[in-house]
Structure formats: structure tokens, C-alpha cells
Ligand binder design. Structure first.
Ligand code: HEC
Length: 101
């Protein structure tokens, strides 16, 4: 039993370590891809035409970036922005924005 809880603890550390790496990668992608210029630092937009992303949750971000990329959600701005995103970029961006609560 003690072994099992030690194993669980180790796995929790491992999983949260990976999640933190994704958050950090997502944060740099958010800056490098220029998302920050329109959606604001920390996902809080100061321009009314650009929606704030903070508080929208990772699932929302993942779904909408995927839909912008495929064109399933048409947007003159975001279709071009999402076109170059890899699956890993979308995952990292979703994890980063999900962390902004
Ligand atoms: C040039 C400004 C601009 C840039 C750069 C930009 N966006 Fe957007 N984004 C918008 C606008 C405007 C909308 C609203 C689009 C629409 O509904 O047509 C939007 C919508 C979104 C939405 C959906 C929000 C909602 O409320 O439905 C997400 C998610 C998003 N952007 C993520 C990103 C990410 C991630 C990046 C960086 C890869 C990025 N955006 C770069 C302007 C921008």
C-alpha cells in the first residue's frame, strides 16, 4: 500500500511537471505568434473588437483554434492566425490560457 501511494505521488509530480512545461511553452507561443498583440497580456484584451481569452478554459481554446485552422469557424483574422499552428502549439496555448484563471 505504501508503495502504491508513493507511486501515485511520483506520477502526480510527473504529470504536473509536464503540464507546467506546456503552460510555459504556451506562454512563449502566445507571445511569439503575436496573440498577445490582439488578445492582450494574460489574455485580457484592451481592444473591444478582440475578445479576451482569460477564463475561457482550455477546451474552448482547443476547439476554437482547431476550428479556425480548418475553417470550420470562419474568421478573416483568426483563420490566418491559426493556419500555421501545429497540434502541439494548440495544446500548449490551451494549457496556458486555461492556467489564466
Ligand atoms: C490581429 C489580431 C489578432 C491576433 C494576432 C490573434 N487574434 Fe485571436 N481573435 C481576434 C479576433 C478579432 C477574434 C474574433 C474573431 C471572430 O469571431 O471572427 C479572435 C478570436 C479568437 C478566439 C475565439 C474567442 C471567442 O471568444 O470566440 C481565440 C481562441 C483566439 N482568437 C485565439 C488566438 C490565438 C491563440 C492567437 C495567436 C496564435 C490569436 N488569437 C491571434 C484577433 C486576433
Amino acid at each position: 500500500m505504501r508503495f502504491v501511494s508513493a507511486l501515485c505521488f511520483t506520477m502526480t509530480l510527473f504529470v504536473s511537471g509536464v503540464a507546467q512545461a506546456d503552460v510555459a511553452a504556451g506562454k512563449s507561443t502566445y507571445a511569439a505568434r503575436g496573440c498577445i498583440g490582439c488578445h492582450g497580456a494574460g489574455g485580457v484584451s484592451t481592444v473591444t473588437t478582440n475578445p479576451s481569452l482569460k477564463g475561457r478554459g482550455g477546451d474552448f481554446i482547443r476547439k476554437n483554434l482547431t476550428d479556425f485552422r480548418s475553417g470550420a469557424r470562419p474568421s478573416p483574422v483568426m483563420n490566418a492566425m491559426a493556419a500555421g499552428l501545429k497540434d502541439a502549439d494548440i495544446e500548449n496555448l490551451a494549457d496556458y490560457i486555461d492556467s489564466l484563471k
